[in-house]
Ligand binder design. Sequence first.
Ligand SMILES: Nc1ncnc2c1ncn2[C@@H]1O[C@H](COP(=O)(O)OP(=O)(O)O)[C@@H](O)[C@H]1O
Ligand SMILES: [Mg+2]
Length: 233
Amino acid sequence: MLNLDGVSAAYGASRVLFDISLSLKEGEVVTLMGRNGMGKTTTIRCIMGLLAPSGGEIRFLNREISGWPPEKIARLGAGLVPEGRQVFATLTVRENLVATAANRNNRENPWTLERIYDLFPRLRERHAQMAATLSGGEQQMLAVGRALMTNPSLLILDEATEGLAPVIRTEIWHVIEKLKAEGQSILLIDKNLSVLKRLADRHYIIERGRTVWSGGRAELERDSEQVQAYVGV
Ligand SMILES: Nc1ncnc2c1ncn2[C@@H]1O[C@H](COP(=O)(O)OP(=O)(O)O)[C@@H](O)[C@H]1O
Ligand SMILES: [Mg+2]
């Protein structure tokens, strides 16, 4: 479904990505791990078309998408829950959810407002409230709901539970588990290694703009010291 091969990227003269390779098959939950500043968000920005890669290939749903504008990549089927949520502050919860809603790939059982409200009852209670007035946790629920409303083939979460209260984190993990059980393909960034271990099928580690390690559950167990050294503080 998604395949990055030797992707490089820069912000102006400052090179940040040198050699990112990763792949994700339909229905998989794959993580992108690595310490702060290693290039995870930049990789996501390249996938979403928010930053044009300077080299390498990005294939998504059998198309070479590097250099495509973000709207076109979103339309093809990539949905992002961005780092720091970035909900539309001056729109209501409901308006946020319908703003970019679409069933582009004619899913059989598409996401609707009602289904999102069933997934996050808190959003139903707050549906008429301005997004700016929500707690961080509620904003993250809204960001997830907004991405789902585009019925993405691939859902990408950049720092899924960063800065959230423990009880909200648990709720977000529970929802991600539910989505996985429904077959949703997910690319996941988070720092909670123990949850990622349990939840994800495969992992990639990025170190200074390069993919330096990848593996599934067994490899993660085998290389646990090395992995800890890469992602640990
Ligand atoms: N808009 C930007 N302009 C210049 N440098 C940036 C910008 N955004 C991120 N960087 C730099 O790129 C590197 C990778 O950042 P990022 O992809 O955000 O890492 P991560 O998500 O893994 O924490 C860091 O050194 C960061 O300082
Ligand atoms: Mg980041």
